[in-house]
Write a protein that binds this ligand. Structure first.
Ligand code: FEO
Length: 427
């Protein structure tokens, strides 16, 4: 039977997690929005850990700044500041580094261990104090000793930021993963086997935080899966000790493509909105031209009246995306912006992108869409295709040629191209 401790208060003091390991984090039950993008109906926790060895103490991650008093109180319950030999920063987003400046002031002898890509963030976080801090970049293959315990590091970029890493405590078989395997779920009972059901929070956290980096998540899982871990200690939500491999498998499933390609064909999706039918004509011409290229499966969607959510899985697995919009009041239409806004939730890096559309007077929409696609790290091989009012027969032929060229970029029958902002600006 689960202990009847309140979900959103306590625990008092530091909590033993494994031999020589304590949780010294903080609960944030009142949080209702994380990083602006994610609703957090169950609040969250900022998990920090203290590892004690015969030759010193390590602190792994800290908490959001406003929760620093609870963190220091828990830390002081199990260690003195002059015992701290290492401060491990697995990730430098402020929800994990809010107490770092003060911790360094209290434990100036401590060596800060972080990934090389975390250095600029640490410099910005510490300001002038960076010059006197003891800082050591670490990566996969590096380890430090605490006497009878040690910490080894695994570079796992983009789970969630470029700086992210995991830390492995082999003697206790605990893997500290920061955001990876996290969930925004506040329950003071802390452990997976003691808290309320949080599967929805785990999955939602993945969808909103990790999904845009899912190929990096797969790489991270491949790197850490061979470890013989008995516990995953993330920086948010419950500590996974009852069935940690099940959570790894769940994460792998979440990170695996949801719409499986039925063939080896490349997939090109064409979305459009059309005010008077002109952009629709262009979309059809691009579709027809692309279909002439063998090895490409082309699909055409009218966004008007469509729910965008169901398209996200499809787009995530597509190789290329062409977006058509008329220009209205100097802008792309709202339905197109709604689609483009949602693309931040999925992995778009490296996909091929293109824009097209009809216009009456100025025709800015195509360039605006292109800029957004480039911001999503997509590769744009063709300058956008614009036509004034309804396309002529020649312009429809150019649409078909545009579609063929896009398709050939996907099959590799044309040499890879990429336009850049300078080229866009010069147009
Ligand atoms: Fe929990 Fe990416 O910070």
């Amino acid at each position: 039977m689960r202990p009847a401790a309140p979900r959103t208060t306590g625990p008092e003091g530091a909590v033993p997690v494994a031999h020589g390991v304590h949780w010294i984090g903080a609960l944030d039950p009142g949080l209702r929005s994380f990083d602006v993008i994610l609703k957090t109906a169950n609040g969250t926790t900022y998990n920090s850990y203290l590892v004690r060895g015969t030759e010193g103490v390590a602190v792994i991650d800290t908490v959001k700044a406003e929760f620093a008093p609870a963190f220091f109180e828990r830390l002081e319950a199990v260690a003195r500041y002059d015992e701290i030999r290492y401060i491990v920063l697995n990730h430098l987003e402020p929800d994990h580094t809010g107490a770092v400046p003060e911790l360094i002031r209290r434990a100036p002898q401590a060596e800060i261990l972080l990934s090389p890509r975390g250095l600029p963030m640490l410099r910005a976080l510490l300001g002038e104090a960076f010059a006197t801090a003891q800082v050591k970049p670490v990566t996969t293959g590096h380890a430090v000793s605490l006497g009878n315990r040690s910490l080894a590091f695994f570079n796992t970029p983009y789970v969630h930021w470029p700086d992210t890493q995991c830390t492995w405590l082999p003697e206790e078989r605990v893997l500290f993963t920061c955001d990876l395997f996290g969930s925004h779920f506040c329950d003071g009972r802390l452990f997976e086997d003691r808290v309320d059901d949080f599967r929805h929070a785990f999955d939602n956290y993945f969808d909103r935080i990790m999904r845009p980096f899912r190929s990096f998540v797969i790489s991270a899982l491949d790197l850490i899966e061979p470890l013989d871990f008995a516990m995953i200690a993330p920086a948010h939500g419950p500590i996974l000790r009852a069935a940690p491999r099940d959570w790894l498998a769940r994460t792998r499933a979440l990170a695996t493509p949801r719409t499986k390609a039925e063939t080896a064909e490349k997939v090109l999706l064409i979305f459009y909105v059309s005010a008077y039918g002109a952009t629709a004509q262009l979309a059809q011409a691009i579709h027809d031209g692309a279909e002439e290229e063998e090895g490409v499966r082309v699909s055409l969607f009218d966004l008007e009246g469509a729910d965008i959510g169901p398209f996200l899985d499809l787009i995530e697995e597509a190789d290329g995306l062409a977006i058509g919009t008329p220009t209205i009041n100097g802008d792309a239409v709202r339905t197109v912006w709604d689609l483009l806004a949602r693309l931040v939730d999925i992995e778009t890096r490296g996909k091929m992108g293109a824009a097209f559309g009809s216009y009456g007077w100025s025709g800015e929409a195509v360039r605006l869409v292109e800029t957004r696609l480039q911001g999503l790290k997509m590769r744009l091989p063709e300058p956008g295709l614009r036509v004034k009012l309804h396309p002529s027969d020649e312009e429809l032929e150019e649409g078909r040629a545009f579609g063929r060229r896009l398709a050939q970029q996907l099959t590799g029958r044309a040499p890879p191209r990429e336009i850049d902002f300078a080229e866009l600006a010069a147009r």
